[in-house]
Design a protein around this ligand. Structure first.
Ligand code: ADP
Ligand code: MG
Length: 392
């Protein structure tokens, strides 16, 4: 169960005042869920494999009041001129507000599991950048799920809220994401990365050494036709597992893959090769992180990037270029790879805090010249997962 009472400093904040201005009364509670970065384990989640994400200090917060009726009123400080409103007792269908649909999606997923939901007045605020690979959508879904769970006394675990958030994104938003983003947003432990077994949903908190900095560089490469490519990768993986006679690629190893090479298409073989080798890299990275072993982390993250480039084929010249720039700057003092859904998006660097400045300078002086794009740099620390607290 989630912590339900905590004192907060939210009162008198501009966010709190904005709620009072909109709804004419004080909010009673706050739900808070972070964005995330994946350190290693890419495209393994929907293959029942291992991932190693980390919650960030950036988070999505929702101030709310439960209503006596069934109307849900939705506002976001990021979309000040727009609001959404729907009746939660009726069938949940998509509305006109693009972002409002994420709240409807979570309501849809909870209702489908027969959870009894009431109306709400709510206001969203977030410092998770949207569409930058830090998973603002999962942070929003988990924060909304946390609100429903708390106010409607559903008694759900964090992991159950995560799974419902994923269902919302899969079945209402029509994005076939795995469960990683919602799990780390719901279950992250402050100062730790999280080894997640996507088959059992078991988690292990892995301490991030204090002198290790997490730097995320978003390429701002315009993503095009991404959904069909993303979904095709998923189909290739499922086909490879089917042809090898296993329920998911988690059940296969490299020798099984090689003995089945003849019956797989070239793409199915390459996609499966990435997933199977990446699962092992995640487990090795957990040990390397525990030992603060930068050499091994660098080898694993470099191998992960190469595998994503040549086997899974989801990198683009802009993200390959950012990895090159940062790796050349960090030399043996850091580890770099692309992170997230690919086809653009972000890269992640693990390095010592002294090197943050040199990465920032190198990206600033080289990236725009080479790719005619400006990158955003986020220096991150490991935040904590979902909290829901009453405001006293
Ligand atoms: P990301 O990589 O950030 O998850 P997505 O495209 O999956 O990118 O999700 C971004 C979408 O999530 C936005 O277009 C918006 O609909 C919704 N969203 C995220 N944060 C907020 C917010 N603070 N307020 C309203 N909607 C949000
Ligand atoms: Mg998303």
């Amino acid at each position: 169960m989630l912590a339900t009472t905590m004192t907060t400093k939210i009162k008198d904040s501009p966010f709190h005042n904005a709620f009072v201005d909109i709804y004419g009364e004080e909010p009673t509670a706050l739900s808070n869920a972070p964005g995330r970065v994946n350190l290693i384990g890419e495209f393994t989640d929907y293959n029942d494999g291992f991932v190693l994400p980390c919650a960030l200090q950036y988070s999505t917060r929702i101030l709310f009041n439960k209503r006596d009726d069934s109307i849900v009123n939705v506002r976001s400080t990021q979309y000040a001129g727009e609001k959404d409103s729907f009746d939660i007792s009726a069938d949940i269908v998509p509305g006109d507000s693009q972002w409002g649909n994420y709240i409807r999606a979570v309501a849809f997923a909870f209702k489908r599991e027969d959870h009894n939901l009431s109306g709400f007045d709510l206001l969203i605020d977030s410092d998770v950048p949207q569409g930058s690979g830090l998973s603002s959508s999962a942070a929003l879904e988990v924060a909304i799920g946390g609100m429903f769970n708390h106010a409607c006394q559903l008694g759900l675990s964090e992991a159950q809220i995560a799974v419902l958030g994923q269902a919302a994104e899969n079945d209402f938003i029509n994005c076939q994401c795995g469960v990683m983003d919602q799990m780390i947003s719901a279950c992250g432990v402050q100062g730790h990365a999280m080894l997640l077994d996507c088959e059992s949903l078991e988690t292990v908190a892995v301490l991030i050494p204090e002198d290790l900095a997490i730097v995320i560089v978003n390429s701002n490469y315009p993503r095009k036709l991404v959904d069909s490519e993303y979904n095709q990768r998923r189909i290739d993986c499922e086909q490879a597992a089917l042809k090898m006679g296993v329920s998911s690629l988690r059940q296969a190893d490299l020798s099984k893959l090689d003995s089945n090479k003849g019956i797989l298409s070239a793409n199915e073989y390459k996609r499966a090769h990435h997933v199977i080798s990446e699962n092992q890299r995640v487990l090795d990275a957990v040990e390397a992180l525990k030992n603060n072993d930068m050499d091994t982390l660098r080898q694993l993250m470099t191998a992960s990037h190469q595998s994503l480039k040549y086997d899974f084929e989801v990198t683009v010249p802009a993200t390959d270029g950012l990895v090159e720039i940062c790796a050349a700057t960090l030399q043996n003092r850091g580890a770099v790879r692309m992170t997230g859904g690919g086809f653009g998006g972000a890269i992640v660097c693990l390095c010592r805090t002294d090197d943050i400045e040199s990465i920032t300078q190198a990206v600033g002086s080289q990236y725009e010249k080479r790719f005619n794009l400006r990158a955003n740099i986020y220096v991150c620390s490991a935040g904590k997962g979902l909290t829901v607290s009453n405001i006293k």
